[in-house]
Structures are given as C-alpha cells and as structure tokens.
Design a binder for this molecule. Structure first.
Ligand SMILES: [Cu+2]
Length: 371
C-alpha cells in the first residue's frame, strides 16, 4: 500500500468513526428512555466491564511475556525448556473461566425471562406489520391503522405482535393484522413474498426479528413523551436503509386525543379546490388499487381497502412518509415521490404512473389536506 493510499484509508476510517457521533441521530442504545431498554442496559454495563477486565489481564500477560522472554543477545537461541503438567494451574484456568461464565449467565438468563414476560395491567396492544420497506401499525382494539409512525402513551407498556407481510397486489388484500404464515407445503417464495426484518427502537427496547410465518412479540415503553427513532435492523433488500420509523410517545390525555383523531374518517376537501381535484384523481385512478382512505368509496360504491400500500386516511397527521425519511409537509418531496417513487427510494414497490405535473400538484394538495 502506498503512503497516500494508507493516509486516505486512515482518514476514511476516522470519518466513519466520527459519523457514529453525529448528535441528533437519536438511535442510542446507551441512552435508555424506558424500563425495557434500561433492563438491557443494566445487563450490558456489568458484562462489558467483566469483559474489559478479562481483556486487560489476557492482553497484559501476552505483552508481558512477549517482552520478558524476547530474544536477546547473549541468551542461547533454540527451544526453551519445556514444562507441562502443572495440575494446579490447569485446574485453576478451567474453573475460573467457568465461574466467570456462570456469573454472567445468571443476570443474562434472568433478564431474558424478565423481558419475555407479558406485562400486567392496562397494556396497549399493537400489531406491527413489516412490509418491504415500511412499517404498518395496526391497533385492533382502537380500529386504527397507521404507517411509519407508532403512537403510544408514555409510561404504559406496549405489547407489539410482529409479523412480516408480502405485497398482496393482485392476489388477496394484504392482511391488516398478524395472521399465521403460509400453510405447510405452500409453493416456494416468489417475488413480493414476505422477507425477514428486525424491529429496533434503540432507546426503548432491544431488537426483535420479524420472520415470515411466525409472530414474535416485543414490549416497549417510554418514560416520557417524545419522538424515538426506530430502524429495520436486518438486511431486507434494496431500501433496507430507508426502512425507518418513529415512535411518538404522548402524555396519556394527548394520546387519547390522537386516537379519536385517527378514528375519524378522512377530511373532505372543499368542492372546487385543487385538493378536490386531487381526490377525484385518486378515486378514479390507480391509487385505490393499493391504498385505503377511510370514508371514501371506489367508483363501484365499495369502501377502499388497503392492498399492499400504506393507509392514507390521516396521511398529513404524520410527520414522515416512505419509511420516515421524507417529510409529509414537504410538498416538493411529495411531488418527487409521486413522480417516480423508485427514483426517490430504491426498489420501492409503488409503481410510477407517469402522472403529469398538474396531476401531481392536485394529488399533493389532496394528500396534504388529509390531517
Ligand atoms: Cu426491513
């Protein structure tokens, strides 16, 4: 490696390291913001220090031996005296590591069982559906479906049931709740079938895998109101890195108000406005093949059903869309999205419908009116 290459490599390495420190990234497992994240943290810290202790002892001895017994002028070269068969030493270095591992196992196993226990009392239950590449949140008791933003009351445990879903277009509507996987002997996976994801909100809990054909559970809880960033943590295809989401924790009263707002039907635009034109386009175009908006009917008089796309009933009440990396109040981003989704988000399954700039303007006005 030339000097220049080495310098560039070193600088690139430093840049990667420094990027981990960017403030405001807010995906920090070392900054637990709820009891479940704290339990993992309280296990991590002592195990880390035990590991540090062992590292220092082992590396220290290694370095000390290397220096102490290095080759020196005047000392005869060749094989040093061979000693083996020290029973006391051998028993010691078998028993001591076994004791250390057993000592670490006790809090580890206790924490695993602790985290797996279903909390009692008034828990909130939410089904989490992992799509390629966005998250859907289904509140079965409240009758609410959202995308990319999971709203919860602060101070209350939230039991999540996680499942992975496929596209569903042209087949049956994608289930809006977690259902058992394909029957035994089903044909092998095809394009658009569900894949493995992993749900992670570092400040609120550890990670949990989302596996096709299985339902896993995870409990999260936030101490205080706030916005906590989550991320898919298992490589799941082209736009895996854009599969973010936000957990929004509210004061209990604000949460109840949010629930009532989401339960309402979609807002109707004033006749004659640009937004009303957008609604017409939405209802008479392709959009209703995949997206639901509660309160509207298709041209045949049937309520709209979601079929692989996010529920848009209260689209503008959410801060972010498309895997939470674009803002819903950014009309320009929304226009770019409608113009060609896959150019904004690699591999996105929402097709490009070749909309004209006028159509896009009307659709943006309509979508932004869906508060
Ligand atoms: Cu994913």
């Amino acid at each position: 490696m030339g000097k220049k290459t080495r310098l560039v490599t070193a600088l690139a390495g430093l840049a990667v390291l420094a990027s981990a420190c960017v403030s405001g990234a807010q995906q920090d497992a070392l900054n637990p913001q709820g009891p479940y994240a704290r339990k993992s943290y309280d296990l991590l810290v002592p195990v880390f220090w035990v590991a540090v202790g062992i590292f220092v002892i082992v590396e220290g001895l290694l370095i000390w031996f290397a220096i102490r017994y290095r080759r020196r002028r005047g000392r005869p070269a060749g094989v040093p005296p061979q000693i083996h068969g020290n029973n006391r030493l051998e028993i010691a270095w078998t028993i001591v590591p076994a004791l250390i591992l057993a000592g670490v196992a006790v809090p580890t196993v206790t924490t695993i069982f602790d985290l797996a226990r279903r909390p009692e009392g008034t828990v909130l239950e939410v089904n989490v559906l992992a799509h390629q590449w966005w998250w859907e949140f289904d509140y079965p008791k409240e009758g609410i479906v959202t995308a990319n933003e999971l709203h919860i009351p602060a101070g209350r445990p939230v039991v999540l049931t996680l499942c992975a879903v496929g596209l569903g277009y042209g087949q049956q509507p994608t289930p809006s709740s977690c259902q058992p996987g394909p029957p035994e002997g089903a044909p092998p996976a095809a394009v658009g079938d569900a894949v493995i994801h992993s749900f992670w909100v570092p400040e609120l809990a550890g990670t949990q895998d989302v596996i096709p054909g299985m339902t896993n559970t995870l409990v999260i809880q936030a101490d205080r109101p706030g916005r906590y960033w989550g991320q898919c943590k298992e490589f799941c295809g082209l736009s895996h890195a854009y599969m973010r989401f936000a957990v929004v924790a509210h004061e209990p009263a604000d949460y109840e108000a949010w629930v009532r707002g989401q339960q309402a039907d979609a807002a109707m635009p004033q006749p004659g406005t640009l937004a009303a034109q957008g609604m017409d386009l939405f209802l008479n175009g392709q959009c209703i093949a995949c997206h639901a908006i509660r309160g509207l009917e298709d041209p045949n008089g049937n309520p709209l059903a979601a079929n692989g796309g996010p529920d848009l009933t209260h689209f503008a009440s959410r801060e972010c869309f498309a895997g939470c990396w674009l803002r819903t109040d950014d009309a320009e981003a929304l226009a770019r999205w409608l113009d060609n989704p896959a150019s904004v988000k690699q591999g996105s399954w929402m097709p490009d419908y070749g909309l004209t700039p006028e159509e896009i303007r009307a659709l943006v006005a309509y979508l932004q009116s869906l508060t």
